[in-house]
Design a protein around this ligand. Sequence first.
Ligand SMILES: NC(=O)c1ccc[n+]([C@@H]2O[C@H](COP(=O)([O-])OP(=O)(O)OC[C@H]3O[C@@H](n4cnc5c(N)ncnc54)[C@H](OP(=O)(O)O)[C@@H]3O)[C@@H](O)[C@H]2O)c1
Length: 485
Amino acid sequence: MNHPLVPKRESPIQNFRDSTEYVLLTGATGLVGQFLLKELLMAGVRVAVLVRPSRRLSPQSRIELILQRWERDLGRLLPRPVILPGEVTSQRVGLGDSQFSWVAQNCSAIIHNAAVVSFEEEDLSREPWATNVKGTEYVLSLASDAGIREMHYVSTAFVCGDRQGVITEDELDCGQSFRNAYEESKFRAESLIRAQADKLDVTIYRPSVIAGDSVTGFTSSYHGLMLYLRLLDLLVPQQPRNAMGQHETPIELPMRGDEPHDLVTVDFVGRAIATLFCNPLAHGRTFHLCADQPTTFRDVIDWCCEIYNSGGVVYRGDCEDVTPTSEFSRLFFDQSRVYQSYNRCQTRFEMENLKRFCPGLHSPEIDEAMVRRFIHFGRRDRWGKARPKAPTCPPVSSDRIGAWISSHSGLRRKIAHHPLGIRLLGPGGGDYSATRGSSGEIQVTLGLPREHGELIDLPVAQLIESALHFDGLNNQTPDNLRQFA
Ligand SMILES: NC(=O)c1ccc[n+]([C@@H]2O[C@H](COP(=O)([O-])OP(=O)(O)OC[C@H]3O[C@@H](n4cnc5c(N)ncnc54)[C@H](OP(=O)(O)O)[C@@H]3O)[C@@H](O)[C@H]2O)c1
């Protein structure tokens, strides 16, 4: 029997795009971005990522950490994207001149996925407005300045605001009001992108509420369902038990309980966006990425009561508000205030475009076993507080790659006439081009060549082993490289 945490992953998706062009992906370090990046790299898409440093890690280390986790999970090596340090709230998204020229020469599409998922802010100069609206303006300017004509935007199904009933994919501005600054900022950003549809080929992806990975429970953000689970994990064990040994969690909820709760898993969202991106026939449309059969709040609450061995929930029906009747309910409402306006949501998102272009692709059904996986992962991750160790593998230097080419006479001859693409796979890897300079020297630059020339896929460990051998050194390959050799 498979261990429940050993993932069974689908095969790479088929890429129908021109495989010599790069896509610039924003938000690659976020929840959706990590899955999207993995799917794109596995499909053979050339990817450049715009990444800012975190407090502890450089952009390179952040991406390396993500990809080494995927490699352990998948049991295979992955290529590395071209990493462009930057951030979307600056002019030209913070790119220097040479990076901007590289983007203009090599990128034919942008997937703008970066956003701030924070619900409360009235001040338009701050988040989420700065990243979601101003940042989108800067991304659009970059596309215009760099001559990029294909724009993919990760929006949200909740640009529909407080509308109820059936929401179709081509609707946007229907005079709706918004529950919070996040919804409104995403609405404004999607409007800005759509307004460029005469100049750009625009494709919009609108996920509903995103939960963790259906297989491993992995998440990197604790919004929505994960916020509730974290809260219950903290509060329920502190509540007294009744004679049956059950935790008493008395709470009155202002809902019927059968309201739809449209949750999708992040593996589905990443796969759907990558599949549609890789199929040019699908472009130019809007895609709702939502649940076929949304669960209900009552389903999720019943599973949680079962998992935490607790009880005491009363559904008050269609009332506006309730007064907390216990310390447990007061704490619960205080901590989950930002989501309460979604309790009585009665929307259904039409998914005609997704059914047409990805028949058979559905978000896995969310059930009690999956919620248990989310909780299991959350606990191991200390609900977002665990700090993974920084990866120890710096990128291979251009000199090392040049030296490796020099040591192979066949390769030296090849690059006399055409550039050679070298895709270094695994920890420390990257995309490189090797050419001959005017005086015969080998020049190695970042990014694969645009021409349909020869491309070598080479595990980093293999390059290092052979270089060490060439240098006459032994046994000095770091362990994290040797395991992939
Ligand atoms: N999560 C959901 O339930 C949900 C539902 C529907 C739609 N969406 C949409 O899906 C997309 C991805 O969301 P997510 O859940 O993956 O969010 P996330 O986990 O919070 O990731 C957000 C990503 O955006 C990046 N980012 C934020 N501000 C930036 C800036 N100023 N410059 C550069 N990068 C910046 C973050 O970089 P750092 O790592 O450096 O912070 C991170 O990579 C967003 O557009 C969101 O609106 C999300």
